[in-house]
Design a binder for this molecule. Structure first.
Ligand SMILES: C[S@@+](CC[C@H](N)C(=O)[O-])C[C@H]1O[C@@H](n2cnc3c(N)ncnc32)[C@H](O)[C@@H]1O
Length: 272
């Protein structure tokens, strides 16, 4: 098995993409990822004296939740915009730093608990990301890693990808991030966590509805260009996928909200 797969060009491997997404991410995604962040945190033994690291913090879902418990939190992200957003909260017990999760500029064994919620799975070298998490966890400490249980991710990505798969199975785009696909299987996920230097993990499944605000028609369609299977289609095919998407929404919407059940797996593992 190679140590890292060739990186396809994906917007999520470019910090500039995330810099542009800060406000949208905070408004649309963080209220959703927060549920998984809190579930991941609950699997760890964290108190006011704990030193906690949040890898690929985004707008800070897990970091803010850990800080509320009183933990001393370091939050890292490779996007300067995301780091600035977390700093702007002015939470005293969060130190936000710009850093690549594949090569942490942090000492060995420095943290009691390390989290990454929908972060490491996106790294081109996700194995290095997991190894770095293990390196900075103290022996006896633990990590919690959240990934989607589908290579299509969750929320709108999952729904649109599923429609493309059904209508145009021969026109799929480049595979999503290697880690997203690889870690979507519980046995492979557990093996990867062990390979990175952790004890065998406990894997917990968590399902939440992504509440898509369908009143914001343009806002919803602005998400489509981030979906690789959408980008592989021609205009006519995109129009057909959009029609199928909106008719599914008309059938299932509850007022302005269309619930998209999305399942994550959280691996919680001790560092021997
Ligand atoms: C899907 S968001 C998850 C954010 C947050 N953990 C949450 O659950 O809401 C992915 C985050 O990973 C960050 N990211 C992607 N590649 C990274 C890398 N190589 N190093 C550090 N952060 C990275 C992005 O900037 C983005 O903030």
């Amino acid at each position: 098995m190679p140590q890292s797969e060739p990186a396809h060009h994906q917007p999520f491997n470019d910090p500039a993409h995330w810099d542009k997404m800060v406000a949208t991410y905070e408004a649309q995604s963080q209220p959703f990822t927060m549920h998984y962040a809190e579930a991941a945190l609950k699997t760890l033994d964290i108190g006011p004296s704990s030193k906690v690291l949040d890898v690929a913090t985004g707008t800070g879902a897990a970091a803010l939740a850990a800080a509320r418990i009183g933990a001393k939190v370091t939050a890292i992200d490779f996007s300067a915009g995301m780091v600035q957003r977390v700093r702007a909260h002015g939470v005293q017990n969060i130190e936000a730093r710009q850093m690549d999760g594949q090569a942490l500029d942090l000492p060995d064994a420095a943290f009691d608990a390390v989290l990454s919620v929908f972060g490491v799975m996106l790294f081109p070298d996700w194995r290095a990301g997991l190894r770095e998490m293990a390196r900075v966890t103290r022996p006896g400490g633990a990590a919690a890693i959240a990934v989607w249980n589908s290579a299509d991710g969750g929320g709108v990505h999952m729904l649109v990808s599923r429609i493309v798969r059904t209508l145009y199975p021969d026109r799929l785009g480049p595979p999503p991030a290697a880690g997203l696909a690889q870690l979507a299987d519980p046995a492979r996920f557990a093996a990867a966590v062990v390979d990175a230097g952790f004890a065998p993990p406990v894997i917990t499944e968590v399902t939440r509805d992504f509440g898509l605000d369908v009143a914001d028609f343009n806002g919803v369609e602005r998400l489509f260009p981030f979906i690789s299977h959408w980008n592989a289609l021609d205009d006519e095919q995109r129009a057909a996928v959009a029609r199928a998407f909106w008719s599914e929404i008309e059938r299932g919407r509850v007022g302005d909200i269309f619930p998209i059940p999305s399942t994550a797996m959280i691996a919680t593992a001790r560092r021997p």
